[in-house]
Design a protein around this ligand. Structure first.
Ligand code: NAD
Ligand code: UDP
Length: 425
């Protein structure tokens, strides 16, 4: 919500001045005046004590309203009141990114104290704009490949670019983030005895030979391919989690996340959901890489956040798939977007589908087996793809309005699709 200005007006003070003035005017009215003044002062004391205790308790219980300065008052989203004992101090690495910011929002609303650590490679402060200045949120610009000393109870370790063009942009950095970054967070967890959750990925299954993918499948990953910086990085991150758990008793959780979409995705994210929606809203062709017969299963971000929080508070230390098992081809997905957005673009025409060259090592099939998540977490996705897409389209409409025309990032990481198109012409 927007900050609202409050005037520095004190009704008590104004009334007192008036009373004092009238006391000077006549001796009879003086006594009456003094009595009224005294009554007023008592009332003032009561009001002050009441206000003070409210401020103190709002500090303890996370009142949604937080006064930053005498002149500026910012309204924050409603937060739950929880006792100091139940309030956790939670570190979210990558908390300014797509999934991270949605998770931070939920944790703050549940009354916890959150520390975000992010290097803002793909994350944006804007994703947390509703909460900027809130007492229970700290944002630290920091790269997880460097150690950091903090005191925390829980660590959600998300820091890592997740979109193929973003993680391929600087492959060495992606490997360092997944490995050195995870080592640093595990070191922090070991020192503080905090529980740590790693956001791993369905990419650990590579181009899977088993379908749907269950947690006990070891995967089919090309360790030399363009995706390996991410896939192998996350596989090693899982190994580090298990090693610290077994050897040093660190309390670990591993979530294997399948394709997720929703508000706060970067407009130039480069993944299929944001690309197709932004293309359709801007009246551009939807670009399918290859024949479009490859499949994915898309989950809405609120379901993922729910699953991550359930996993964190569970006893399960082995990996758990978190995804929506509704599988579709990319071709089907393109026509869903085509139908949903229709002619809602500046040209008022329905957009076409074009096929571009397929990308190397693009997994042909992907669908989670979520029987373990159902069994051990009592979790399953609740939001339908259609409802999730409606909120996401609304979000991207707002982003286009705010930022102007958005350039789509192509599959080759360093170029936009428009640059690639120019090269082909
Ligand atoms: P994102 O790119 O939106 O967010 C990643 C965040 O990490 C960004 O804020 C980025 O600035 C930050 N970051 C990157 N490198 C960092 C570093 N070295 N130090 C500090 N901060 C760093 O991606 P996302 O979709 O929100 O993904 C979040 C996590 O979930 C990632 O670990 C990703 O692997 C995992 N995941 C996501 C999906 C998905 O579909 N969104 C699927 C599988 C796994
Ligand atoms: N994809 C596509 N057009 C795009 C972006 C992606 O056809 O503009 C395809 C991509 O080749 C892959 C699928 O959509 O087969 C999902 O890609 P995304 O980058 O969203 O995530 P991935 O699951 O590959 O990590």
């Amino acid at each position: 919500m927007l900050p609202t200005k409050s005037k520095s007006f004190n009704p008590h003070q104004t009334s007192l001045v008036k009373l004092q003035q009238s006391a000077k005017e006549s001796p009879n009215t003086c006594r009456v005046g003094m009595a009224v003044t005294l009554t007023f002062l008592v009332l003032l004391c009561i009001t002050f004590t009441h206000t003070f205790s409210n401020v103190a308790s709002s500090h303890l219980h996370g009142n949604p309203t937080n006064t930053n300065s005498r002149t500026e008052r910012k309204m924050y989203p409603e937060v739950q009141k929880i006792s100091r004992r139940d309030r956790q101090r939670i570190l979210v690495t990558g908390g300014a990114g797509f999934v991270g910011s949605n998770l931070v929002h939920r944790l703050l609303r549940e009354g916890h104290y959150v520390i975000v650590v992010d290097n803002f490679f793909t994350g944006r402060k804007d994703n947390l704009h509703q909460w900027l200045g809130f007492d229970h949120l700290e944002i630290i610009r920091h790269d997880v490949i460097e150690p950091i000393h903090l005191e925390v109870d829980r660590i959600y370790h998300l820091a890592c670019p997740a979109s193929p063009p973003h993680y391929m942009y600087n492959k060495i950095k992606t490997v360092k983030t997944s490995t050195q970054g995870t080592l640093n967070m595990l070191g922090l967890a070991k020192r503080t005895k905090a529980r740590i959750l790693l956001t791993s990925t369905s990419e650990v299954y590579g181009d899977p030979l088993v379908h749907p993918q269950k947690e006990d499948y070891w995967g089919n990953v090309n360790m030399l391919g363009p995706r390996s910086c991410y896939d192998e990085g996350k596989r090693l991150a899982e190994t580090l989690m298990m090693s610290y758990h077994e050897q040093s008793n660190v309390d670990t959780r591993i979530a294997r996340i399948f394709n997720t979409f929703g508000p706060h995705m970067h407009p130039s994210d480069g993944r299929v959901v944001s690309n197709f929606i932004v293309q359709a809203l801007q009246g551009q062709d939807l670009t399918i890489y290859g024949d479009g017969m490859q499949t994915r299963s898309f989950q809405y971000v609120d379901d993922l956040v729910d699953g991550l929080m359930k996993l964190m508070e569970s006893d399960e230390t082995l990996p758990v798939n978190i995804g929506n098992p509704r599988e579709m081809t990319i071709k089907e997905f393109a026509s869903i977007i085509q139908k949903k957005i229709g002619t809602n673009n500046p040209n008022g025409k329905e957009v076409n589908i074009v096929h571009l060259k397929s990308t190397k090592d693009d997994p042909r099939k992907r669908k989670p087996d979520i029987s373990k998540a159902k069994r051990v977490l009592g979790w399953e996705p609740k939001v339908s793809t259609e409802d999730g897409l409606d909120s996401t389209i609304k979000y991207f409409l707002g982003e286009i309005e705010r930022l102007g025309e958005i350039d789509i990032v192509g599959p080759l990481a360093r170029r936009t699709l428009r640059e690639e198109e120019r090269e082909r012409e």
